[in-house]
Every structure is written in structure tokens, then in C-alpha cells.
Design a protein around this ligand. Structure first.
Ligand code: FES
Length: 125
């Protein structure tokens, strides 16, 4: 069996939503101390709905595919729903990741959570 699913390969070779958003409403970053990979998420939010999302990932194929899929999953979602995104859901949407690569999807969950929290703290200040 191939190490990576077709979906992982697709999102790695043609990642969706790569880039940055100027004047983003929320920015979040997550890193993994062991492998040194870093992911940054930028959110544009109108009326508590995520209208745009972009990412920059300096990391492995699974991290890039996870970021790409995660951005697709939360685009158009309400903030409260996006908060519930788990790394498992990201991995499932990619038709699975090898067990030892699951931590790469955790970066996506954490970076999005950090960006949403950044948005909430700005909103409440
Ligand atoms: Fe570091 Fe994948 S090996 S995030």
C-alpha cells in the first residue's frame, strides 16, 4: 500500500489557500519542537463567519497537506464550529495519514485554534 493517500498527494502537490492575508482578523502559529516544522494560519472573519483563510507551512508533506485540507474544511464555517475542528477530522478528510505522521495534522488543529483565539481576543478588546 502506498504510504500516502491520493488526497494527501494532491493537497501536497497542489496546496489550496497558500499565502498570507494582509490585515487578517486572526493569526495563529503552531510548531513542533521535535521536527522543527512551523505552520501559520491567517483568517478573514466577517460576522463570526470565516470568509477567507490562508496558510504558510514550513514543514513536511503531511503538514502541508494537513494545512491545505484544514483551510478547505473551515472556509465558510462559523467561528464556533471551526473551533471544534480536530486533527482526526483533518486526517480523515485526507483519507488517513500514517500513524507516525498524525502529529503533522495536530499542527493544523493548533494553528487554527490559535488564530481563532487571536480573533476572539481582538474582538473582545
Ligand atoms: Fe513535522 Fe510532519 S514531520 S509536522
Amino acid at each position: 500500500m502506498a504510504l500516502y493517500s491520493d488526497k494527501v498527494m494532491d493537497h501536497f502537490m497542489n496546496p489550496r489557500n497558500v499565502g498570507i492575508i494582509e490585515n487578517a482578523d486572526g493569526i495563529g502559529e503552531a510548531g513542533n519542537a521535535k521536527c522543527g516544522d512551523i505552520m501559520k494560519m491567517y483568517l478573514k472573519i466577517d460576522d463570526d463567519v470565516i470568509t477567507d483563510v490562508k496558510f504558510e507551512t514550513f514543514g513536511c508533506a503531511s503538514a502541508i497537506a494537513s494545512s491545505s485540507m484544514a483551510t478547505e474544511l473551515i472556509k465558510g464555517q462559523r467561528v464556533e464550529d471551526a473551533m471544534k475542528l480536530t486533527n482526526k477530522a483533518v486526517a480523515e478528510a485526507l483519507d488517513g495519514l500514517p500513524e507516525y505522521k498524525m502529529h503533522c495534522s495536530v499542527l493544523a488543529e493548533e494553528a487554527i485554534e490559535a488564530a481563532l483565539k487571536d480573533y476572539q481576543s481582538k474582538k473582545n478588546s
